[in-house]
Design a protein around this ligand. Sequence first.
Ligand code: R5P
Length: 309
Amino acid sequence: MNKLKIFTGNSNPDLTKRICKYLDLPLACATVDRFSDGEIEVKLSENVRGVDVFIVQSTCPPAENLLELFLIIDAAHRASAKRITAVIPYFGYARQDKKDAPRVPISSKLIANLIRTAGTDRVLTMDLHATQIQGFFDIPVDHLYAAPVIIDCFKQKGLKKLVIASPDVGGAKRAEGIAKRMGNLPLAIINKRRPAPDQAYVTNVVGEVKDKDVLIIDDIISTGGTIVNAAQALKAQGANDIYCYCTHPILSGDAVYKIENSELNKLYVTDTIPLKKKADKIEVLSVANLLGEAILRIHQETSISSLFV
Ligand code: R5P
């Protein structure tokens, strides 16, 4: 088997170091910097000829994270890497996955095309906003779920009267999957309306939450509007403690302030996107071991299906 090397851009070097620690590998050496005019400068400082290369980069804003990924892939491709896997813990632009208005792009399809065109052989990603985005790639995609980290965390808490909630109808399947795996817990679904992008309000809550603790499951928190409104609606229905688990903490604008001043007792997020600032109510659970194990199995060409739970 060819050698395995892991490179990173600037989107999430800490997660990459945690992955390397799990794999007991040094982070491969590269320059991913800026020229004086602001253009991105990439140079792999190690030989990658015939190497199984993994490039870890989330494609959260700024858009330069995407460009860095394309350029690192191109550098590895031109340096004769044997195989290049783009490890994208958070695949940005995923919410723009359809032409749902006149004259709009299908951004996630374009990004998938660009990643392929840059020279990627396969993709490893986590909790895509819509699982069918896998089909936007004409190369193999391994799609992991971060759910085991939150399930373990809540098993340890041992809460007795817990209800799993989805903050909108679109996330019901995701929440239902977690409810099943936590022992067929009851489910509540919150009906959300979006009058405009980045604005959300709740119309009603379906399910019994009175005197229950509630764990809301979401994939992304951006403005925080969805989750804060959901927590408020659940409280109005008589819920006790309200927790939220979200894989990808974009936390744009004043989202952290909103969360700190909301009805939420605690928000659990993962490290697919680094937190810009710490907050009392936000706890980070790492997905490094999951990604590390998937990288190892891809490299060894063994099954990773047992990680898809
Ligand atoms: C929506 O479909 C997603 O799952 C999230 O609920 C949404 O993207 C969160 O956005 P925001 O925090 O801006 O309300």
